[in-house]
Design a protein around this ligand. Structure first.
Ligand code: PHE
Ligand code: NA
Length: 455
């Protein structure tokens, strides 16, 4: 077995690590704001359908590849391709993750840096008795210049490098083991608080009444892309975890379990945020700052809000941190395998490169003039938006498409049936969704968007 990464001793820590990678900023920060920007209910419905029909089967495919090879992603994919009599070019299924993981992490650490800053703001009482306007100002100030953002995100980069470089994941597991349930409980309390004091009925209406006139095709692509992003798919991570899937663990059941946990956290985040958004007259489409401009209003008014607000953002930091560790892992494994670096050298170099790349996002947020690029036509977009769009909406769906085709068409049925190890009916269902549903849906959304198809 490859010694490139820590090993999961039990089924429990495997599930925990995979859930830790899945649950992160995607659930608490990104899902609410892209839902808000794309009109709510119809977007949520498309997102849920994508998770169920595409995300879960692709996740199973990735874990299956990792489980079969018990190696780093690209090597596992090659082993599986060869065993099925296919070309080793299928190693691309394992490659996509290195670039995607790197680019995602470059903006992920900056957003996680926001959460570090807000942990400090929360504990030090900066939210106390502040109205929507002052809370909005706090966010504007944080993004006024590059230094604060560089400092806060620096914490995350450093922490990630230290943990991954020194191989401390095992020790961290115990801490995370405790904190994930705390995050869950804090979120549940926030939903309760928002229901009691905010505009809960409008929020529920917004999130669950599907009005398709509010959803564009670009919105559909964003929902599809987010279903990959939130489950950590097409980034090599699930293959890596699959390599350590304990023998007595059901691949199918744990994949479903992880997807359900992830979806629950995202929906709870929405239910915690939108009642406050509507009660305070904030725009649902406020963008990436949504959670930071809404929740602190509630923390500032509720009893024990100082302790509560600080703890909440601390848990967001923890969730982001466990995802960052997973995200850097594909770059680190690649450097160790192909460049012969030690683990420590690899994580330090990856960390430095990521920190440099994160400056693109930092300066996009502070509004530096050079951070806005012109694309074709009169489309102007910041590096941050560009990175987010290219990774989540193009690289991950494309990667997912390749994985789906590989697992369901290229891999021999005998091998996939044995590795997946499930009932014949579930196997057929899985195969069907990867052979037809996922490819057709992904290709149709792409073609429609570039105007070849006109749905
Ligand atoms: N799934 C993580 C989240 O929702 C982000 C992530 C994407 C992590 C891709 C790993 C790989 O925040
Ligand atoms: Na997620």
């Amino acid at each position: 077995m490859s010694q490139n990464h820590g090993q999961w001793t039990s089924r429990f820590s495997y599930v925990l690590a995979a859930t830790g990678a899945a649950v992160g900023l995607g659930n608490i920060w990104k899902f609410p704001y892209i839902m808000g920007e794309n009109g709510g209910g119809a977007f949520v419905l498309v997102y849920l359908v994508c998770i169920a029909l595409i995300g879960i089967p692709v996740m199973m495919a990735e874990v299956m590849i990792g489980k079969f090879g018990r190696q780093t992603p690209a090597r596992s994919a090659v082993l599986m391709a060869k065993a099925s009599g296919r070309s080793s070019a299928w190693r691309v299924t394992g490659w996509g993750g290195v670039a995607a993981g790197f680019l995602i992490l470059s903006f992920y650490v900056v957003i996680a840096g926001w959460a570090v800053a807000y942990t400090w703001y929360g504990f030090s009482g900066r939210f106390e008795n502040q109205g929507a306007e002052q809370i909005g100002l706090l966010f504007t100030e944080l993004n006024a210049g590059p230094w604060a953002l560089m400092g806060w995100s620096g914490f995350i980069v450093l922490g990630t490098v230290l943990v991954v470089g020194k191989g401390l994941q095992k020790g961290l597991e115990k801490a995370v083991n405790l904190m994930m349930p705390i995050l869950f409980v804090l979120l549940a309390i926030m939903v309760g608080y928002a229901a009691a004091t905010g505009n809960f009925s409008e929020a529920v209406q917004f999130m669950f009444a599907a009005d398709f006139s509010k959803l564009s095709w670009n919105g559909v692509l964003i929902a599809l892309g987010h279903s990959f992003f939130t489950l950590s798919l097409a980034s090599g991570i699930m293959m890596m975890y699959g390599a350590y899937l304990p023998d007595n663990t059901s691949l199918v059941k744990t994949s479903v379990y992880i997807a359900i946990m992830d979806t629950l956290v995202a929906l709870m985040a929405g239910l915690a945020i939108f009642p406050i958004v509507f009660a305070n007259g904030l725009p649902a489409g406020a963008g990436p700052g949504l959670i930071f401009q809404s929740l602190p209003i509630a923390f500032g008014q509720m009893p024990l809000g100082q302790l509560f607000g600080g703890s909440f953002f601390l848990m967001v930091v923890v969730a982001a941190f466990t995802s960052s560790i997973a995200l850097i892992e594909s770059s680190v494994a690649w450097l160790v395998e192909n460049r012969g670096l030690s683990r420590w050298q690899a994580s330090a170099s990856a960390g430095f490169a990521i920190w440099l790349a994160s400056l693109l996002t930092v300066f996009s947020l502070t509004g530096a003039e050079w951070s806005v690029v012109s694309l074709w036509g009169d489309i102007r977009i910041s590096f941050f938006d560009l990175l987010d769009y290219i990774t989540a909406n193009i690289m991950l769906p494309l990667g997912g498409l390749i994985i789906a085709v590989f697992a369901s068409w290229a891999v021999s049925e005998e091998i996939s049936r044995r590795t997946l190890d499930t009932t014949p009916a579930l196997y057929r269902l899985w195969q069907l969704s990867l052979r037809f549903v996922a490819p057709v849906a992904i290709v149709a959304v792409f073609l429609n968007l570039i105007g070849v198809l006109n749905l």
